[in-house]
Design a protein around this ligand. Structure first.
Ligand code: COA
Ligand code: AMP
Length: 629
């Protein structure tokens, strides 16, 4: 019987069996506890510690001398390795330093750091203490960091003096200090790791990382309940306020361990590399926790797929560290292909240890899939998941009965996820028909269980639309053989280079400009980044402003308030926005105008002429289908 069939036959029994493979300090007697409001908790009465599972457990079981972490940083020309024993000691000492600052079970710690080993150690050190970490991606601007500081109310903020983007050093201290000035909540301590690329004079309230850690004692893992929170990871929703996705210890460890085997097909001792960032869910699950819990060696890579130093950078890492399974976002391969369509960077590389390449985070376009499979000769496997779920819902499982790869499909549902396609009235769509993608409750272990500080929003945004189901906010269909096809978001979230961003949040920034009466930001197709945002702006009455000047101001505002990662580069001034007769902006129509030759006129539109005007404006600028965006 397949794992999926076994799970369908006895969901709780299946997960109880998987959980029993972990080293609990007190094994759970309850597998699943459901609440009256539709939410749930996995393994609530068990006790364990995720850092213990990721490090101490392996040291105790003969893996102490195996390499746990490889730091490969072409941007600093550095490579370093930690064995499980060394990593355990460094993490235990950092945990000791945090405890010395008063951090204990349930306290929050914000980690705003670049892709350096200390970022992973910081996560593990928090886990060791039962403290809740919240990693904020280093590309976010101060107001974004401030919002997260206020929501998480951390006792301590951990940072470093800079990130390195290609050949550019990005100083972090001005960003952190600005964020702290904007935030209402003040962490008790700010701990700063000085990097040689950005020496800094610390302010009185800022503590030097190494001094603090050098004199700290090593501390043991603190057992926590299976359902206690391990971390909060903020992700974009439709409004300006990010959602604090809460992940537990027990379900998370159970699911990640299972996924390493069943989905990625890696064995303990092998090397797993996810080229992402610890600021995203992929980094949490598959740079830090998944590989370590599974006893694999993980690679933490600080650099881009191209430019550092060349288009063959990824292939070099795979060869040099003997990577068995590799995971990144399709954008990375589009970037490599753009620079090196012939695959010169692969020439002479020994990729014999590499068994499969996994991609997720955004749509895998068939040309990139074909290029990747042809050039590497390896299976290139799409899979679909979200920050909320923490691990894949749909995949071509290596350890499952994989089946053939179908272009355009992310695979079939994995155990834990009963994926369905629903009509707007909640009835199921037949095979092949497109609808809203939903998942029957409860979600699998490892998926989020609430939103930080906002359980009502969790219920309202995800569980209320279709009672008994989780609304994924993606649209798609399932074919007759059960393969799932993801067609994209049904809300105002977009994916720019695999980075999840809210157009609603960008609209809020654009709308603040005094010359703007109203605006809409939509995502349009982009050959490199998959999607990029574009703004449509209506000027306030009587305002006279050079459209180019306004565009520059809006582009700068988004960079300063959200971050360069939004890649907001275009704002088009239009006479009016297309709206329904009841005044709702037709954002979908705007998006389609930019990317499709034939756009049907919505029946509800109040004035169809505006569509012609907007098309002309897009053509004049060479946007989307009218030229290179
Ligand atoms: N800190 C500060 N700035 C950052 C940053 C970070 N961590 N990450 C990105 N930025 C900046 C970039 O420097 C760039 O700034 P610029 O406008 O001044 O040039 C801007 O944000 C846009 O970033 P990006 O879209 O990443 O563009 P890029 O040209 O730097 O790189 C790719 C393009 C395709 C190579 C890169 O996006 C990539 O490797 N993507 C892979 C996808 C991925 O890892 N996704 C994570 C989820 S799995
Ligand atoms: P994130 O929470 O940042 O991981 O983004 C999740 C969103 O990315 C999903 O809701 C999808 O819209 C998109 N996504 C993730 N994986 C895929 C995939 N394999 N194919 C298409 N879209 C994907």
């Amino acid at each position: 019987m397949s794992d999926y069939a076994r799970w369908i036959a006895d969901p709780e029994g299946f997960w109880a069996e998987q959980a029993a493979r972990l080293a609990w300090t007190r094994p759970p007697t309850t597998t699943l506890r459901r609440a009256d409001d539709g939410s749930w908790a996995w393994f609530p009465d068990g006790e364990l510690n995720t850092c213990d599972l990721a490090l101490d457990h392996h040291v105790a079981n003969g893996r102490g001398d195996q390499v746990a972490l490889i730091y490969d940083s072409p941007v600093t020309q550095t490579q370093r390795r930690w064995t499980f024993a060394e990593l355990r000691d460094d993490v235990a000492r950092l945990a000791g330093a945090l405890r010395g600052l008063g951090v204990g079970k349930g306290d929050r710690v914000i980690i705003y750091m670049p892709m350096i080993p200390e970022a992973a150690m910081a996560m593990l050190a928090c886990a060791r203490l039962g403290a809740i970490h919240s990693v904020v991606f280093g590309g976010f601007a101060p107001p974004e960091l401030a919002t997260r500081i206020d929501d998480a109310a951390p006792r301590v903020l951990l940072t470093a003096t800079c990130g390195i983007e290609g050949s550019r050093v990005i100083p972090y201290m001005p960003l952190v200090r600005d964020a702290l000035a904007l935030a209402s909540h003040a962490p008790e301590h700010v701990v700063v790791l000085e990097r040689p690329e950005a020496p800094v004079t610390l302010a009185a309230v800022e503590l030097e990382w190494r001094t603090l850690v050098d004199r700290a004692p090593l501390v043991d893992p603190v057992p926590v309940a299976g359902s206690d929170p391990l971390y909060i990871l903020y992700t974009s929703g439709t409004t300006g306020r990010p959602k604090g996705v809460v992940r537990d210890h027990g379900g998370h460890a159970t699911a990640l361990r299972y996924s390493m085997e069943a989905i990625y097909g890696v064995r303990p001792g092998e090397v797993f590399w996810a080229a992402s960032d610890v600021g995203w869910v992929v980094g949490h699950s598959y740079i830090v926790y998944g590989p370590l819990i599974a006893g694999c060696t993980t690679v933490l890579y600080e650099g881009k797929p191209v430019r550092t130093p060349d288009a063959g950078a990824f292939w070099r890492v795979i060869e040099e560290h003997q990577v068995a399974v590799f995971f990144t976002a399709p954008t990375a391969f589009r970037a490599i292909r753009k620079e090196d369509a012939e695959g010169e960077g692969l020439r002479g590389r020994d990729l014999s240890k590499l068994r499969a390449i996994f991609v997720a985070g955004e749509r895998l376009d068939p040309p990139t899939l074909a290029w990747l499979s042809e050039r590497t000769g390896k299976p290139a496997l799409d899979h679909w998941w979200q920050t909320e779920t923490g691990w894949p819902m749909v995949a071509y499982g290596q350890g499952l009965e994989a089946g053939e790869v179908r272009a355009g499909s992310a695979g079939r549902p994995v155990p834990g996820y009963d994926v369905v396609i629903l009509h707007e009235d909640g009835t199921p769509c037949p095979a092949g028909e497109t609808g809203d993608i939903a998942v029957r409750l409860p979600l699998a272990p490892g998926a989020f269980t609430t939103l930080w500080n906002d359980h009502p929003r969790f219920l309202e945004s995800y569980l209320a639309r279709y009672p008994g189901y989780y609304l994924t906010s993606d649209g798609g269909y399932i074919d007759e053989d059960g393969y799932v096809y993801i067609l994209g978001r049904i809300d105002d979230v977009i994916n720019v280079a695999g980075h999840r961003l809210s157009t609603g949040e960008m609209e809020a920034v654009v709308a603040k400009h005094p010359a703007v009466a109203e605006c809409a930001v939509v995502g349009i197709d982009d050959p490199l980044r998959g999607q990029v945002p574009i703004g449509f702006v209506v000027l306030a009455d009587g305002v006279r402003i050079d459209p180019a000047e306004l565009e520059r101001a809006l582009v700068a505002a988004i960079r300063e308030q959200i971050g360069a990662i939004a890649v907001f580069k275009q704002a088009v001034v239009v006479g009016r926005l297309p709206k329904t007769r009841s005044g709702k902006i037709l954002r979908r129509t705007l998006r389609r105008l930019a990317v499709e030759a034939e756009v049907p006129v919505p029946a509800t539109i109040d004035d169809p002429v505006i569509l012609v005007e907007i098309s002309a404006a897009l053509r004049a600028r060479g946007v989307g289908r009218f030229g290179a965006a």
